[in-house]
Design a protein around this ligand. Structure first.
Ligand code: ZN
Ligand code: ZN
Length: 381
């Protein structure tokens, strides 16, 4: 055996020549030169293939299930946090830089709902010698409240969307739809990973609905979508508020949605001499159909969606009654649904003369035949 003339600084044994060449690991670990002069026996005595933390904590939000990664909360949509635990343990484990041909596997053992024992097995080659090491890292699932859920719970919001209607209160259907629109819009934003999208509160008030929204931008988006779908218009106003936490001045926006005065399916009398109108559309100018003739009606540009008119009722107030006879092209006889007397009423062109029954509405403007539900009265899309 040749002599190297080098001695182990720890045990004082002379280091064989061959051993000195073996740990030539391609120049890796320049700072480890002092370790490399230890004899194999001393080296392996000190050697740890794996550097493992004593414990790993996985922070999850108990309200929404988000996971804390790096320095932020992330929605992962997982029910089971085992994969997250495996991922975070793997990131926390370190392998000795001198090791070559490293292979490893991790097996989770669920202890209870909040505790997982992560069994990791590593193998590698060091100084030409195969080495294996097993470590077990306890993982604790720590249930907390994420920033967003904390804000929601704390009632934080930046804008208010008020839903009102012109000269009336919004219907239950309109209120429900407006809330749905807000929730769908926020959900779509959340889908993109935006954690600042939330509805803090939806409150019914006498004349409509108030919704507290997390940001101004989303409040505006919701107001736009509500008017696009339900008609009407919105206006905005801003109020200066001061946030205590950072002392910064912030504006809180209010988006006031005003739904149209009349709604689709309402019967109104513009009192222009041509009789009542069934409202078909309130997007832009109000459009409808005359009940006496079936002719189209459209409000003037100036009147927009709110022409001066008398409210007579709604399509759902109509009742079916017997079509007794067709008198001529302008008149038919139907049974008055209240008196059951045969009366002559105008014949609109949508009336099906072969029908046994037709829907009629009795109002202060008289008795009128309405289009059938699902007929061309719904064609405004
Ligand atoms: Zn030694
Ligand atoms: Zn949360």
């Amino acid at each position: 055996m040749s002599r190297s003339g080098e001695f182990c600084p720890r045990c004082g044994d002379e280091i064989p020549e061959a051993a000195d060449e073996r740990p030539d690991l391609g120049g890796a670990g320049g700072g480890r030169n002092t370790e490399r002069v230890l004899c194999d026996a001393c080296y392996f005595e000190e050697f740890d293939l794996v550097d493992a933390p004593d414990t790993v904590q996985v922070r999850v939000c108990s309200r929404c299930g988000a996971v804390h990664k790096g320095n932020r909360w992330v929605d992962i949509g997982a029910e089971d946090y085992t994969d997250i635990a495996v991922e975070q343990v793997s990131e926390a484990l370190g392998v000795h830089v001198d090791a070559q041909s490293v292979a490893w596997q991790v097996a989770p053992e669920q202890v209870d709902q909040n505790n997982i024992r992560m069994h990791a097995e590593f193998s590698g080659v060091i100084r030409g010698t195969p080495v294996t090491e097993q470590v077990t890292v306890p993982v604790r699932i720590s249930r907390q409240t994420c920033k967003r859920c904390g804000k929601i719970a704390g009632g934080s919001f930046a804008s208010i969307v008020q839903v009102r209607a012109d000269e009336r209160a919004p219907t239950d259907e309109e209120r429900e739809r407006a809330e749905e629109i807000a929730r769908e819009y926020v959900a779509a934003r959340e889908e993109t990973g935006d954690r600042n999208a939330f509805v803090t509160e939806v409150k019914e008030v006498d004349d409509g609905l108030n919704m507290k929204i997390s940001t101004n931008q989303m409040g505006l988006g919701i107001a736009k979508r509500i008017t696009a779908q339900l008609g009407g218009s919105y206006s905005d106003s801003r109020r200066l508020i001061t946030e205590d936490e950072d002392g910064q001045e912030l504006y809180r926006m209010t988006y006031a949605v005003r739904l149209p005065r009349y709604r689709q399916g309402e019967i109104i009398d513009p009192e222009d001499g041509d009789g009542p109108v069934l409202v078909r559309s309130v997007q832009g100018n109000l459009k409808g159909v005359r009940l006496a003739t079936g002719a189209d009606y459209e409000a003037s540009f100036e009147a927009g969606d709110a022409p001066d008119a008398e409210r007579l009722g709604f399509r759902e107030d109509a009742v079916p009654t017997t079509l007794v006879a067709v008198e001529d092209e302008n008149a038919v006889q139907v049974l008055d649904p209240e008196t059951f007397e045969s009366v002559t009423v105008p014949r609109p062109d949508y009336l099906d003369v072969d029908a046994d029954e037709v829907p009629v509405l009795k109002s202060q403007a008289g008795l009128h035949v309405l289009p059938d539900d699902g007929s061309d009265a719904d064609d405004d899309g």
